[in-house]
Design a protein around this ligand. Structure first.
Ligand code: COI
Length: 376
């Protein structure tokens, strides 16, 4: 029988509107004219990287192509079983106008670890960085000059077999798309409020919480809805076993500033295997040493957070990630009530660290750690 859509009830959904992605893209000229900040993930550039992997040929068909929708078999493995990993990193403009990738090789190494956890092939770190550089070179006009903006790069690898057998696919695709970004939290300026509920968890020991995998994100949406019901913008994740230890905030790592022996100590939960080893987290730990700010990787419990704010030990809390950079946390809401996340002052330490990070990302200070890759 010929396929038909005539029995499909009218839902108002436009099933095949390929024009949407194109229409959402602002041109570089429009951006220079000072268009409003594009919503996160919508101002996609004109090109993308595409490559394929097969056991016979390894990585092949490596191309820079115009940004366009994919043609996928409905039995594509990644759509059904989630064998798919991604990364998120940024390109900035140096003061002399040269675009730079920030910590591209570190993202490449994490991409390899994510792929290995899902039994997917490795992409060499050099090839990963070369792909990002090629896209940034091609769409160079899209790398913003404005200080508040950057080009967010989204590498993705997914299982491409058209077969619903429950086993690792034999073939894979690698893509990189890019978009202009400004603020991850939209128009929200200033500290965010967070919901620390106990109904849902983000990650469990032995699971996938320490890799960049789509399956870590969609299951957080219901908790995010609960957060909104409690007038909070984000979720704070507690550990799966005791629902006691603070692990992350939303899709970001979390830091506390604690007064210890008359000095500030930057404190962040240790990488137990259920936390994402954030590149921004690691950058902050490294930069804090240069600022003379001691840091400790130590667990902090939710009750400790509340008590230590009350006793003046915890003075600040903030989250960090590639997309959101450093974001102060203002208030914590729990099933038993709520408390201020820090001493209520503007986060001085958070501000210092943010400035230090942005300066190294944008190339306005030297790069002692070799974090920047110039794209020429
Ligand atoms: C990032 O911080 O870049 C992230 O990956 C968060 C995200 C999934 C939007």
């Amino acid at each position: 029988m010929a396929p038909t859509t005539s029995t499909m009830p009218a839902t108002g959904i436009r099933w095949a509107d390929h024009s949407l992605a194109l229409a959402q893209r602002a041109t570089p000229a429009e951006r220079r004219a000072g268009t409003a900040a594009p919503a996160f993930g919508t101002a996609l550039t004109e090109h993308m990287i595409s490559a394929r992997w097969s056991p016979e040929h390894g990585w092949h068909a490596t191309e820079i192509v115009p940004y366009r929708p994919l043609r996928l078999d409905p039995a594509t493995v990644a759509l059904h079983y989630g064998q798919s990993v991604f990364e998120g990193l940024k390109a900035f403009r140096r003061p002399d106008g040269v675009p730079v990738l920030f910590r591209a090789a570190d993202h490449g190494r994490r991409f390899q670890r994510s792929a290995a956890r899902l039994a997917m092939p490795a992409l060499a770190v050099d090839d990963f960085v070369a792909a990002l550089s090629a896209l940034v070179r091609t769409d160079e006009a899209w790398v913003p000059y404005e200080e508040a903006r950057s080009l967010y790069l989204r590498p993705l690898m997914f299982a491409a077999d058209a077969s619903l057998a429950l086993r690792p696919a034999a073939t894979y695709r690698f893509l990189v798309v890019a978009f202009v970004t400004e603020s991850f939290f939209g128009s929200t300026a200033g500290p965010v409020s967070v919901w620390a509920g106990r109904d849902y968890i983000r990650a469990a020991p032995g699971g996938t919480g320490d890799i960049k995998y789509g399956g870590n994100y969609a299951p957080t949406y219901l908790a995010q809805q609960q957060a909104a019901e409690h007038d909070c913008q984000q979720v704070v994740w507690l550990d799966a076993t005791e629902r006691r230890w603070v692990e992350e905030m939303g899709g970001m790592n979390i830091f506390f500033v604690r007064r210890e022996g008359g000095r500030d100590v930057l404190t962040t939960p240790p990488l137990t295997g259920t936390l994402l080893p954030g590149v921004t987290r690691e950058s902050i730990l490294t930069l804090s040493a240069g600022l003379g700010l001691p840091c400790a990787e130590r667990p902090v419990s939710l009750s400790q957070w509340r008590d230590e704010v009350a006793s003046g030990v915890i003075t600040e809390a903030f989250a960090c990630g590639t997309a959101a950079v450093l974001t102060p946390i203002g208030r914590v809401v729990t099933e038993d009530g709520g408390f201020d996340a820090g001493a209520g002052e503007p986060g001085k330490v958070c501000g210092r660290l943010r400035d230090a990070l942005v300066a190294v990302q944008r190339g306005v200070v030297p790069d002692p750690y070799g974090w920047r890759t110039a794209v020429r």
